[in-house]
Design a protein around this ligand. Structure first.
Ligand SMILES: Cc1cc2nc3c(=O)[nH]c(=O)nc-3n(C[C@H](O)[C@H](O)[C@H](O)COP(=O)(O)O)c2cc1C
Length: 174
């Protein structure tokens, strides 16, 4: 699949087949996803992979944004201590969110490469999830990404021209 097709075809998938995603494949995806740009090169990511039904069911209780049951879940955490040490005080205000989002998106794109669907989630109780995955205080669970084999092909996006959001040299000029 060409990169442009991957970008166009990625959709947030919330309905999955009742089929396990292998631990090896999840590790492979995470490993590749961490080849990402990082503010001040802080590279403070800490990922936790979950692919056990019981665990995911418990996570769901603290995650209003997860109105569905995925076969696998990846918590994208950032070590805030390492982030601040490397990137200074701005790290906690902004950089941890940028860095986590880039890796989460990499996971989504790589998922497609392996015929998997995914959905990024930010709506969850960070304190509860952090405790649940045994993160120490300095690691913040910033995002979660669900992963699984899609129940059905997502509807094809009607490709709309996005030029109304793109300008040349200055805003509102083309
Ligand atoms: C930072 C971020 C947080 C999101 N949080 C949630 C969430 O908590 N629950 C959810 O179901 N979808 C969540 N989404 C997915 C968006 O709803 C989805 O990307 C958007 O509706 C566009 O649809 P598409 O991804 O299929 O193009 C999130 C997406 C992003 C980028």
């Amino acid at each position: 699949m060409e990169l442009k097709d991957v970008i166009i075809e990625r959709r947030s998938i919330r309905k999955y087949k009742d089929e396990q995603v292998s631990t090896d494949l999840l590790f492979k995806i995470c490993n590749l996803a961490l080849n990402a740009p990082s503010a001040s090169n802080m590279k403070a990511w800490q990922l936790v992979i979950m692919n056990e039904k019981d665990t995911i069911e418990k996570i769901k209780r603290f995650s209003p944004g997860m109105g569905f049951m995925p076969p696998a879940l990846i918590v994208v955490g950032i070590d805030q201590q390492k982030a601040v040490k490397r990137a200074g005080p701005m790290a906690n205000k902004e950089f941890i969110y940028y860095d986590a989002a880039i890796v989460a998106y990499n996971i989504c794109l790589l998922a497609l490469e392996y015929n998997l669907g995914s959905c990024i989630m930010a709506s969850f109780n960070r304190g509860a999830i952090g405790k649940f995955v045994s993160f120490p205080e300095n690691i913040c669970p910033v995002l979660m990404v669900s992963v699984g084999y899609p129940l059905k092909e997502p509807a094809k996006k009607i490709l709309k021209d996005k030029n109304d959001a793109i300008f040349l040299q200055r805003y509102e000029s083309r």
